[in-house]
Design a protein around this ligand. Structure first.
Ligand code: PRP
Length: 178
């Protein structure tokens, strides 16, 4: 699998530094609250699991399974495959995802959570690809920026594969043409 990677965009060591920084920021910002972390499957995993280890707060976790991509293309249709099993009314929510690209996914999720009565909704993403943005949304907590190229690893997939890479990388062109 690792032979399919053309270059490493964010190393495992850089990811660890991002986790520590984000964990400290969130711990500090929410010190008097008990936030509900909502992870968007499947891409939030392993970022969410690793980030939570760096957060020193009483908190709860929940997951939603949403998807909007086919291959490397955002379809624009955000589909809820599995909904939350938790009431979000009056909750301080931090939505966790691997990447903010067009913003369509997170924008749709934020609207939904607000419509369901969430008290506050903030966004935490490992990666932000600002050049890709279509929907009017920004993240409150960002690990790092990536240029407008398709990246995989550490939760991010290409046709459901490469999520288990321990770093973020760019695929060789020949992988797309297989
Ligand atoms: C990916 C990623 C984000 C979303 C970001 O999910 O995990 O949720 O796309 O893209 P956007 O900003 O352009 O909406 P995907 O739909 O591929 O599902 P997955 O999490 O199961 O991989």
């Amino acid at each position: 699998m690792k032979n399919d990677i053309k270059k490493v965009s964010v190393s495992a060591e850089q990811i660890e530094e991002m986790l520590i920084r984000l964990g400290n920021q969130i711990t500090n910002d929410y010190k008097n609250q008990e936030p509900l972390f909502i992870g968007l499957l499947k891409g939030c995993n392993p970022f969410m699991v690793d980030l939570l280890k760096h957060i020193d707060l009483y908190c709860t976790v929940a997951y939603m399974d949403v998807s909007s991509y086919a291959g490397t293309k955002s379809t624009g249709n955000v589909r809820i495959n599995h909904d939350l099993d938790t009431n979000v009314e009056d909750k301080d929510i931090i939505v966790i995802d691997d990447i903010l690209d067009t913003g369509r996914t997170l924008n749709a999720v934020v609207q939904l959570l607000k419509a369901r009565g969430a008290k506050s909704v903030k966004l935490c993403v490992l990666l932000d690809k600002p050049e890709g943005r279509v929907a009017p949304i920004e993240a409150d907590y960002v690990g790092g920026l990536v240029p407008n190229e398709f990246v995989v690893g550490y939760g991010l997939d290409y046709n459901e594969k490469y999520r288990n890479l321990p770093y973020i990388g760019v695929l060789k062109e020949e992988v797309y043409s297989k």
